[in-house]
Design a binder for this molecule. Sequence first.
Ligand code: AMP
Ligand code: MN
Ligand code: MN
Ligand code: MN
Length: 273
Amino acid sequence: MIDLHTHSHFSDGSLSPTELLTKAKSVGIKQIALTDHDTISGLSEAIVAAKALGLGFIPGIEFTVCWRKYDLHILGLNIDVESPELIETVEKHLIVRKERANQIALKLESVGVENALEEAKKHAHSNELTRPHFAKVLIEQKKVKDMGGAFRQYLGRGKVAYVRAPWSSLQHILQVIKKAKGLSVIAHPLRYKLTRTKLLELIADFKAGGGDGMEVISGVCSVQEKEQLLTLCRTQQLLASVGSDFHSADITPYCFGRLPSLTSDLDYVWQHF
Ligand code: AMP
Ligand code: MN
Ligand code: MN
Ligand code: MN
């Protein structure tokens, strides 16, 4: 089994890269990509762990990008982590994240959350702060019941602590991934709540910018969603990718090690690594 979309504690996952890969092996995964949000900091540890465990490892990243009024996620798979353009963009995104975190914290404090920045940092392993770290603070301070509530009431688009950040454009990220000799993949295409027309426009822009593939299986998806993505992938002639988007065993249901079986008529992204 192959899983090309996972997170470690270098972004918003709960496990270290070593713990993640150990778990991957125990659930029967043979090849895995680590794709933390806007960072490659976990990859060196993962490479060592993969070697020790005898797992196939694909270095990856999940970039946040701006496309029109949306923030989208683009995976870079099989990237050269020494690419200067990649390193430069990752550094820029780290600064964007820091500044966004400061602004999110101020907004949260203005609605009564105490010490938001310092409290969020306690949940983060590295110096990268993600919205789930702030969600944990909201849960701890009893502002919301769970992660979903934190996004619905505070952190989601248009909500009181939402901050639109200047992430790189879609076109720039496609260039960066290409220069790093990686393949680019639209992550979870159905999660952006785009109309069908908008989704097709996104795919057109993605292909025009040199984009390679899309996820046809992403985390827990219904049979209908899977069919919709398979059809879209075929008709748009994109490479197909699959991933659990695993963050933590606490988030259920999850499908780490339980991805549905694949159809043989698609051109899969890993056949091009
Ligand atoms: P960030 O990159 O810091 O903006 O955080 C985005 C991450 O927040 C996503 O990758 C998800 O892991 C998580 N997330 C986004 N929306 C939700 C939601 N509605 N419920 C739970 N987690 C979410
Ligand atoms: Mn995430
Ligand atoms: Mn994502
Ligand atoms: Mn993800």
